[in-house]
Ligand binder design. Structure first.
Ligand code: AP5
Ligand code: MG
Ligand code: ZN
Length: 216
């Protein structure tokens, strides 16, 4: 199954992707995570991506399409995958269709996570992840059971993203509305768009997504 999670920054794509991964056994492909890994490793792609990411702008279609084209060839994608943060432009969506068509595949469902822009700055400003296993947390909404210890792996090292500041979040939101929101009518026309209420509790959103997936 090929699932796309679509929503603005802080909508909960990464949070829900981790859960779907666990229950459906699908691998999560987050272009944001891949670009951050490239940035950290200091690769050419990472260097090119850095200035766009830090400004809250989109990295070029060419770079992200290249990353996804390579990644979906790997063995762990054979059973399907869950796209988190890709596609983000109509050109990326068309390129994805083409890549999948060559494999006799297509996007099965696009889940739109609908949220109010006003709540997103707080969500993002409070966010952090485990430095070892990437499990996501939030200062008030989703704390580890034992303070400063990762529930999943026991690590005590955590990271905060460099683009998670107020100004960049506002820019990322504007980018979403200008360049990514046009994907909603694009996928609606194809009959694969489903919408969930991303303002509900994290567990509620998971229930809504599971309902959508169980109806397929
Ligand atoms: P990316 O890493 O994809 O960032 P994003 O889209 O801005 O989304 P986020 O990761 O910030 O939010 P999320 O929806 O995953 O929310 P989360 O689950 O963490 O992209 C970063 C950058 O990379 C882009 O700006 C761009 O430059 C570049 N890039 C990436 N892909 C690209 C592409 N395809 N093309 C071009 N450029 C690309 O949740 C947020 C917080 O809220 C968490 O703390 C969580 O605990 C909390 N939370 C989640 N759900 C709820 C809930 N229901 N109620 C309360 N709190 C909640
Ligand atoms: Mg994310
Ligand atoms: Zn961990």
């Amino acid at each position: 199954m090929i699932i796309v999670l679509l929503g603005p920054p802080g909508a909960g794509k990464g949070t829900q992707a981790q859960r779907i991964m666990d229950t459906k056994g699908l691998v999560q492909l987050s272009t944001g995570d891949m670009l951050r890994a490239a940035k950290k490793a200091g690769t050419e792609v990472g260097k090119k991506a850095k200035e766009f990411m830090d400004a809250g702008k989109l990295v070029t279609d060419e770079i992200v399409i290249g990353i996804i084209a390579d990644r979906i060839e790997e063995d762990d994608c054979k059973q399907g995958f869950l796209l988190d943060g890709f596609p983000r432009t109509v050109a990326q969506a068309e390129a994805l269709d083409e890549l999948l068509k060559n494999k006799g595949l297509h996007v099965d469902v696009v889940i739109e996570m609908k949220v109010n822009d006003e709540s997103l700055v707080d969500r993002i400003a409070g966010r952090y992840t485990c430095a070892e296993c990437n499990q996501g947390y939030h200062d008030t909404n989703l704390k580890p059971q034992q303070a400063d210890v990762c529930d999943s792996c026991g690590s005590t090292n955590f990271n905060r993203r460099s683009d998670d500041n107020r100004e960049t979040v506002i820019e990322r939101l504007a980018t979403y509305h200008a360049q990514t929101a046009p994907l909603l009518p694009f996928y609606e026309q194809k009959g694969v768009l489903r919408t969930v209420d991303g303002m509900a509790d994290i567990d509620d959103v998971t229930v809504q997504i599971n309902d959508v997936l169980n109806q397929l």
